[in-house]
Ligand binder design. Structure first.
Ligand code: FE2
Length: 281
């Protein structure tokens, strides 16, 4: 017997300035309710005039993963492990900071020159204590390699970044089991998504209105699900565009300071020392 997941609560977003000062929409702090996700930032959409686009200059991370997904615009990434890559619309960069990495996330030169619209997501995925100090890992996946699927009736479209939907599996390898799907449902469409019981499941709506188990979630709201093994997602009065996110509850203490997320204050202190001494990355 399948148990349907219902809507537990919705959280609004607020707009903050991140990195060098670009606007992001961020759901209010949900703490462990969002586990294993530490942060969900919708970057833009923002229109930059020529020469105005900004990003995040070199900064460190330790203890978790940063996942960047571009919808519009053009960013470039460079890090202390020698990785370098462009992020164009549809591309995903899954960076496991592990024991430490220093990276920059900046607009591509040509984009900076011409200006344009920048829109995307950055999500932070926590690592279990035993993996926090793992060797850094970098997966740079071109849009053409990320599976896309449309439902038989044509009303549901999905870009499968992690996990699976509509019979299609993602190509990205994650440290813990993560579901990360960009989905659009046309008005009148409905989708049943399996999410293994015990995992924390949520949706972030960034266009239109989505109904989860019959309850509406509006543009700019994060909807957290109750437990179950599948969820009914529906676009009733208008089209809906959203992310589906799911992952395990880590149930470990979180010590967080800026770009470092560890389990204890001592480990944070050590990360700061390592960064100051130049041994973090
Ligand atoms: Fe970063």
């Amino acid at each position: 017997m399948r148990q349907e997941r219902t809507l537990k609560m919705t959280a609004p977003t607020h707009t903050v300035l991140e990195g060098g000062g670009f606007p992001v929409r961020r759901p209010s702090a949900m703490g462990t309710l969002m586990s294993p996700f530490l942060l969900l930032d919708e970057m833009g959409p923002v229109h930059w005039d020529p020469g105005q686009a900004i990003g995040a200059p070199a900064h460190p991370h330790r203890g978790f993963e940063t996942v960047t997904y571009m919808i519009q615009g053009a960013m470039q990434h460079e890090d202390s492990a020698g990785n370098k890559g462009d992020l164009n619309p549809g591309d995903v960069q899954w960076m496991t900071a592990g024991r430490g990495i220093i990276h920059s996330e900046l607009p591509q030169e040509e984009f900076l020159k011409t200006g344009g619209v920048s829109h995307g997501f950055q999500i932070w995925v926590n690592l279990p204590a035993k993996d926090k100090m793992m060797e850094p890992r970098y997966q740079d996946i071109d849009s053409s390699k990320i599976p896309k699927v449309t439902s038989e009736d044509g009303k549901v479209w999905a870009n499968v970044i992690a996990g699976s939907t509509l019979g299609v599996n993602a190509v990205i390898d994650t440290v813990i089991p993560i579901t990360y799907i960009h989905m659009k449902i046309q008005k009148g469409g409905v989708h049943k998504q399996s999410i293994e019981s015990g995992l924390n499941g949520m949706v972030y709506v960034f266009g239109g209105t989505l109904h989860l188990g019959g309850k509406p979630i509006h543009d700019g709201q994060l909807g957290l699900m109750n437990d179950g093994d599948e969820v009914v997602l529906e676009a009733i009065e208008e089209d809906a565009e959203f992310l589906i996110l799911a992952g395990p509850e880590l149930n470990e203490p979180i010590a967080r300071y800026g770009p470092f997320v560890m389990n204890t204050r001592e480990e944070i202190h050590q990360a700061l020392l390592d960064y100051q001494n130049g041994t973090l990355a």
